[in-house]
Write a protein that binds this ligand. Sequence first.
Ligand code: BG6
Length: 503
Amino acid sequence: MTTNAARLRPGDPCAFVVFGAMGDLTRRKLLPALYNLQAYGLLPKDFAFVGVARRALGDEGFRDYAAAAAHEVAGGSAAGAPQAGFTARVHYVRGDFEDPATFEAISAALAHAAREHGTAGNAVFYLATPPSEFAPIVRGLAGAGLDRQDAGWRRVVVEKPFGHDLDSARALNRELTKVLAESQIFRIDHYLGKETVQNLMVFRFANGMFEPIWNRRYVDHVQLTVAEELGVEGRGGYYEQAGVVRDLVQNHMLQLLALVAMEPPSTLAPEAVRNEKMKVLDAIRAMEPEQVLRDAVRGQYGAGTVGDKKVPAYRDEPGVSATSQVETFAALKLQVENWRWAGVPFFLRSGKRLARRDTQISIQFRRPPLLLFEEMGVEQIEPNRLDILIQPEEAISISMKAKRPGPAIVLEQVKLAFGYSQFGSLPPATGYERLLHDVMIGDAELFHRADLVEASWRIVTTVLDVWSSLPARDFPSYEAGTWGPAASTELLARDGRRWVNPG
Ligand code: BG6
């Protein structure tokens, strides 16, 4: 278990090698996150950055590029610019990821880093590449002996998407574990790095008052929403192979669900926490095909207005087929079949081009058993609800009824609320800082384990299979800037429930 003292110390000395160094992720997230870690005093003093990409560039050219990356996000999520000493530790290796010579060059760069920057033979290999490159890179690392840990530790960070379906995820896990031990593999999920997501465990397990009511006896249902205003933002080519279930539900949302539904772990050791998450995913019954038709809703956005901006239909986005069947919206009703949750539906929904950006979890409690006030002609009593707002607003609130002052009994919905702004302004962050630091100290709690990834794919497989065999006849099925297709509202209305929409 990682102690707070270790979290407050810089990571272990290491070389940080990024495959796909000229890509969007490196420029927008990884470099700024490393600069932020440096600003927080958490980047090891003995550090080197090695960018690997195909573009013809030397160390100097890449140093300029890395410095510019900081300016681009300055004032936003990054602290600004790399501080003194960072740039001199930046190196570049040009090469093809399938060419053994590339890995020999990386080996030389690591030897140089150990000599000049004191990285002690430790190395992080970050695969910020398209998924088709993951297996060839890992084979290349093994071919050059770069996976061997005799001189220092070697860790590999694998970005999403991790596989395209259950079979390809299993095949990728097999490829990785042929070469690497599971403890060397860090399958990253940037949702788990969000402060508000990290707070879920604290909220549930550091407060005694919620756990006793966190079960089927008191909870009517749970809602998880990840709504985006953004469309596919120039990633049409990728999105055509993905869709929202692969892009967001299979990974980020099922992790959120696991954090909400899991049993308290016996300790905070990474394996103890991951074991509890695994039990939740295991308890989610995969849908039968006829259930998919009833409990899964898909949608695709047509043209519309988001905020005050007119936006095109998904099928008119660059790189998207004019007859695309890819879903940009999904809503699912899942059941966690264990003693705590049997009979409590978990409703998940996510979509692009929705009315508002909003990631939130709502725990809807049951109605009071005695409808005392309804007998007095007071309108129907809304049950209590706990909302955990993850972004853009970061807050937790409980909705409840209170008597409005006055002679008559008039009940009003009020909120008990906590906002993260109460902690004052937070240092700038990209959301990757904690995750990168965790890799440098070897803590895998916030990363997916092989079995967790496979269990998540198992849950969504029938949905994807049924949808791919039955083309949607109603696409586009929702106007951009709304809350998705009417069928999503009906999914809850059928049981007398409704989505919690912000605003
Ligand atoms: C990524 C998806 O994993 O998460 C994107 O590939 C999505 O399509 C993004 O926009 C959402 O992340 P966030 O942190 O903005 O909610």
